[in-house]
Design a protein around this ligand. Structure first.
Ligand SMILES: Nc1ncnc2c1ncn2[C@@H]1O[C@H](COP(=O)(O)OP(=O)(O)OP(=O)(O)O)[C@@H](O)[C@H]1O
Ligand SMILES: N[C@@H](CCO)C(=O)O
Length: 316
């Protein structure tokens, strides 16, 4: 888990008072998560999550926090950032930018069935449509420019075979990004990291999407591809799981049918989604940060997913 910054009871108590969220009863560091410091905070008014942002800056954060508020107001089940009496939703704790949101009910479903994948597909499409009225702009900060910047940093750590694959896939994605089909893809605010551990369920009922701190304006298809690569694969091999992928795609398209350019580029975006997380996991693995409890994710997993996506494209 990641508690990069320790928050004292006194600081938590003062923050709750500033936000009129009642008297602190309990403060507990959260296991899981590798990006930010997270605490569950219990007060006499309910349960909240306090996040201290370790990498994102006070300039970048309003995009995410206001997006969550926008989506919550549109009826999408996402955490709603709490404001102080001046209406500010970005706070400062221990000298770091911080937010307090409501704790979502439910639990992660780490072994999803087709019904869970359908629920994610349905809500993802609803979220994309709900994001259309959101006016703030910020690119996906883990998009192509970041891949181009980061690949040279991780390459020296790889075997020649891995370096060939990484280099070739990056060249392919630069080529795709310059194509007219790519330019035609519909875009808007996307979550961009909607893995199994960022969705809550109560049984088969989806109760929330959270962890919007990799969100950005990007193609809707990339967001869908990230979900397919995590929810709808065989975990051990990274191979496509036809039943779960079919369920997610049908549910997504029942809300928002894919456009022609999206059908054309779905395999390229599945590869892009695998590449994005292979690079970030390599980066986290070989250039780690200090944290009191931190388990880096396995980069080899997304190397396998990428190889699968290249060898076995989806049939239209
Ligand atoms: N709003 C919320 N409601 C309920 N639980 C939450 C909420 N936000 C975070 N959590 C819990 O905290 C854990 C860690 O949060 P999160 O996944 O956002 O970590 P992170 O370090 O910010 O991101 P990452 O997943 O990218 O490493 C989650 O797995 C979940 O159990
Ligand atoms: N979902 C990412 C972690 C960063 O949110 C991964 O599995 O690599």
């Amino acid at each position: 888990m990641a508690v990069f910054t320790k928050v004292s009871l006194k600081e938590a108590r003062e923050l709750l008072r500033r936000l009129h969220l009642g008297e602190l009863q309990k403060l507990r560091g959260i296991e899981g998560g590798i990006e930010n410091t997270n605490y569950f905070v219990t007060s006499d008014q309910g349960e909240f999550v306090l996040t201290l942002f370790e990498r994102l800056t006070a300039e970048q954060l309003p995009f995410y926090l206001h997006l969550m508020k926008h989506l919550a107001q549109a009826g999408i089940p996402v955490p709603d950032p709490r404001a102080d009496q001046r209406g500010a939703i970005l706070h400062t704790v221990c000298g770091k930018p911080a937010a307090v949101v409501n704790r979502l009910p439910g639990q992660s479903q780490l072994a999803p069935q087709a019904a869970h994948c359908a629920a994610v597909g349905d809500m993802l499409a609803r979220m994309h449509l709900a994001g259309r009225g959101y006016e703030r702009q910020q690119p996906n900060l883990r998009g192509l420019p970041w891949w181009n910047e980061t690949v040279p940093v991780v390459l020296p750590h790889l075997t020649p075979e891995q370096a060939d694959l990484l280099g070739a896939e990056l060249a392919y994605q630069n080529h795709i990004a310059a194509s007219s089909a790519y330019t035609a893809l519909p875009r808007g605010p996307v979550h961009a990291d909607l893995f199994r551990d960022n969705v809550m369920f109560d049984g088969e009922q989806l109760t929330g999407f959270f962890d919007f701190y990799f969100a950005g304006v990007d193609t809707w298809l990339f967001d869908l591809a990230v979900c397919l690569n995590d929810w709808c694969i065989d975990w051990a091999t990274g191979a496509h799981h036809a039943e779960r992928a079919g369920a997610m795609l049908r549910a997504y398209q029942a809300v928002r049918p894919l456009a022609a350019a999206e059908r054309q580029l779905i395999n390229a975006m599945l590869r892009a989604g695998a590449l994005r997380f292979w690079i970030s996991r390599l980066w986290d693995y070989y250039l780690p940060r200090e944290a009191s409890m931190l388990t880096p994710h396995d980069p080899a997993h997304f190397e396998r997913v990428l190889r699968q996506r290249i060898a076995h494209p989806l049939q239209a």
